[in-house]
Ligand binder design. Structure first.
Ligand code: NAD
Length: 541
C-alpha cells in the first residue's frame, strides 16, 4: 500500500434468511436444488486457474438418496499434485508481493458473491452433498462463510496495525510476511464454510495453497471454487485436488517447500499427519506451522436448579441438528436426578415430533448421515447399547439405509458414567445421558472433566449462580468453547471464536486474529536515520 492508509468495511454478521413459505429465498434455493438434483455436474480439479480432468472419475450421490447420481468428479494422479505444488510456488512470486488491499478486495468480493448471486447455489449444493436442511445450509454455507471472509479482512488489518514503538532516530516496522513456501489445507465434510475458510484465510495473508477437500463435500466445493475464480483469486494461488488422501498427503509432505498445514477433521488423522510432518522435519526449509481443529465429545451438565424445558431444548437442538454431525454437537449429558423425569418427558415429546427425510422437504428437521461408513458405525454402537443391560434406549434406536443413511435421533441412558458412548466421538444423532444424585454435583463435574480425551465444547445449565461458578472453574480445561445456559453448538464468527484443546486440536480459534497469526512470519525492519561512524563507545574514553 503506497498511497494511503485504507480502512476496510466494518465487518458485520450476515443476517440469517428465514426460508419461510412464500419467501423469494425459499423459491430460489428449492429451484436450484431441483436443477442440481436432476442435472449431471462434472467437477474437475482446479490447478493453475484451469479445470483439470484425469478421466479417472467417481460418482457423487446425496446421502439421503444414495442410489441417485448427481454427477462425477475427477481423481488426482500424483503428477497433478506435483503440478499443483509447482504452480503454487510459481504463483507465490507475484501473490506474496500483492498489496494487501487487493487481497482484501478479492475476498470481500467473494463474500458479496455468496451473499447475493451464489447464495442459492452454495446452499443447494450443501443440501445435496452433505444432506443439510435449508436452515443448516444457510447458517453454514452462506452466513458463516460470508462472516469468515469479512471478519478475516478486518482481523488482517487489525494485525497489520500492531506495530512496535519507534524513536526519533530509528523507525521500527513489523512486516507480516506470508510463509516461505506453500501451505496445505485439508478440510472435513461437515461444514462448507470451513472447507472454504481454511484455504481462503491463508491465501488472504499472502500464502499460496494446495487444498484437498473431503470426498463427501466435493459437490459444494465446486461452488466455492467458482466463487473464488469469479472473485479474482489469481491462477495458482488456491489449487484444488481430489482423491486418495494418503497419496496426496505423502506427495505434499515430501516437499521441502511445505510450510504449513491447516487441517480440520478427526483427531486420529490429525495426529498421524503431525507424526508424518515430525518424521520429515529434516526435509523442510522452514519449521512448518501446524493447525488442526479436530474431534469432540461435547457435554451438557444440568444442575438441579435448571429449567427442565430449557435442558430438553438444549439436548434436542444440540444433539440432533445436522444429525449430530457438528464437531460441537452435544453427545453426553449429565442431568441432576430431581429434574430428570421432566427433562426425559420433554425430550421424548420433542423427538417424537421430529421428522426425517430429504432436505428438499422443508418440514424435515433432520436428514441422513454422511455416508455408509458413518451409518454402519452408528448402527453398531446402537446395537451394542440395545444389547447392554446397563443401558436403556429412551427414544429412537432405529435406522434404515435402504434409500438414504437415516439414523433416528437416539437418546441412551447409561448407568455408568464411563460407558463407551460417554467418551468416544460417534459423530451422529446419538446422545448418552448420565443421571447423578443432586448432592453429587461437585463429584460429577470431576467426572465430566476426566471422562473424555477431547476438550471442544460444553455447557452448564443452572439458575443457581454458585453452581454456574463452580462449573466454570471445575470445567476450565475441558472445553475451548464453554456455554452458560445455552446449547454447546452454534458459534458465530466474530462473536465466539471457535476451537478446542486436549485431543480436540491446537485451539487456534478459527474466525479470529489468533488463527491468522499462524499464517504469517513477521519480519522486523529497523531503519536508523543517522548511522554511527565510530565504533568506540563513550565509556572507552
Ligand atoms: P476425517 O478426518 O475423516 O477427514 C478430514 C479430512 O482428512 C478429509 O479431507 C479427508 O479426506 C482427510 N483424510 C482422511 N484420511 C487422511 C489421511 N490418511 N491423510 C490425509 N488426509 C486424510 O473427518 P470428517 O469425517 O471429514 O469430519 C468429521 C471430523 O471432523 C469429526 O471428528 C469432527 O469432530 C471434526 N471436526 C472438527 C471441527 C473443529 O473445529 N474442531 C470442525 C469440523 C469437524
Amino acid at each position: 500500500m503506497g498511497k494511503g492508509f485504507f480502512n476496510v468495511p466494518v465487518a458485520v454478521n450476515e443476517p440469517v434468511k428465514s426460508y419461510a413459505p412464500g419467501t423469494p429465498e425459499r423459491e430460489a434455493v428449492l429451484a436450484q436444488y431441483d436443477t442440481y438434483y436432476n442435472g449431471n455436474t462434472e467437477v474437475a480439479m482446479y490447478i493453475n486457474g484451469k479445470d483439470v480432468k484425469t478421466g479417472n472419475t467417481r460418482t457423487m450421490s446425496p446421502p439421503h438418496d444414495h442410489k441417485h447420481v448427481v454427477g462425477t468428479y475427477h481423481l488426482a494422479e500424483k503428477s497433478n499434485v506435483v503440478n499443483a505444488i509447482d504452480t503454487a510456488l510459481e504463483a507465490r512470486k507475484a501473490w506474496s508481493q500483492m498489496p494487501w488491499e487487493h487481497r482484501a478486495g478479492i475476498f470481500l468480493k467473494a463474500a458479496e458473491l455468496i451473499a447475493g448471486p451464489y447464495r442459492a447455489k452454495i446452499n443447494a449444493s450443501t443440501m445435496i452433498a452433505q444432506s443439510k436442511t435449508v436452515h443448516q445450509a444457510e447458517i453454514d454455507a452462506s452466513c458463516e462463510l460470508i462472516d469468515f471472509l469479512r471478519f478475516n479482512v478486518q482481523f488482517m488489518t487489525d494485525m497489520y496495525h500492531e506495530q512496535p514503538e519507534s524513536t526519533s532516530d530509528a523507525w521500527n516496522k513489523l512486516e507480516y510476511r506470508p510463509l516461505e513456501g506453500f501451505v496445505y489445507a485439508v478440510t472435513p465434510f461437515n461444514f462448507t464454510a470451513i472447507a472454504a475458510n481454511l484455504p481462503a484465510c491463508m491465501a488472504l495473508m499472502g500464502n499460496v495453497v494446495v487444498w484437498k477437500p473431503s470426498d463427501s463435500q466435493i459437490f459444494s466445493a465446486k461452488v466455492i471454487m467458482d466463487v473464488f475464480e469469479e472473485a479474482g483469486v489469481p491462477a495458482g494461488v488456491i489449487n484444488v485436488v481430489f482423491g486418495d488422501p494418503k497419496m496426496i498427503t505423502d506427495t505434499v509432505l515430501a516437499r521441502k517447500e511445505f510450510a504449513g498445514l491447516h487441517f480440520t477433521g478427526s483427531t486420529y488423522v490429525f495426529k498421524e499427519l503431525w507424526k508424518q510432518i515430525g518424521n520429515s522435519i529434516h526435509t523442510y526449509s522452514t519449521y512448518p506451522k501446524i493447525v488442526g481443529e479436530t474431534g469432540g465429545k461435547d457435554f451438557i451438565v444440568a444442575h438441579e436448579s435448571a429449567n427442565a424445558k430449557q435442558v430438553a431444548t438444549a439436548i434436542v437442538r444440540g444433539a440432533f441438528e445436522f444429525q449430530g454431525q457438528k464437531c460441537s454437537a452435544a453427545s453426553r449429558a449429565y442431568i441432576s436426578k430431581s429434574i430428570w423425569n421432566d427433562v426425559k418427558k420433554y425430550v421424548i415429546e420433542d423427538v417424537k415430533s421430529i421428522t426425517m427425510g430429504s432436505p428438499a422437504d422443508t418440514n424435515n428437521f433432520m436428514t441422513a448421515v454422511i455416508h455408509e461408513g458413518s451409518f454402519d458405525k452408528l448402527a453398531k454402537y446402537i446395537d451394542e447399547a440395545k444389547a447392554d443391560k446397563s443401558v436403556e434406549v429412551i427414544t429412537g434406536g432405529n435406522y434404515d439405509k435402504s434409500k438414504g443413511y437415516f439414523i433416528e435421533p437416539t437418546v441412551l441412558l447409561a448407568e455408568s458414567a464411563d460407558y463407551v458412548t460417554m467418551s468416544e466421538e460417534l459423530f451422529g444423532p446419538v446422545i448418552t445421558i448420565f443421571v447423578f444424585d443432586d448432592d453429587k454435583y461437585s463429584e460429577t463435574l470431576k467426572i465430566v472433566d476426566a471422562t473424555s480425551d477431547y476438550a471442544l465444547t460444553g455447557a452448564i445449565i443452572a439458575k443457581d449462580r454458585y453452581a454456574v461458578d463452580e462449573a466454570v472453574k471445575a470445567l476450565e480445561n475441558c472445553a475451548g468453547n464453554f456455554y452458560i445456559n445455552d446449547k454447546p453448538t452454534g458459534a458465530v464468527v466474530g462473536q465466539q471464536p471457535f476451537g478446542g484443546a486436549r485431543g480436540s486440536g491446537t485451539n487456534d480459534k478459527a474466525g479470529s486474529i489468533l488463527n491468522l497469526q499462524r499464517w504469517v512470519s513477521p519480519r522486523m525492519i529497523k531503519e536508523t536515520f543517522v548511522t554511527p561512524t565510530d565504533y568506540k563507545y563513550a565509556f572507552l574514553g
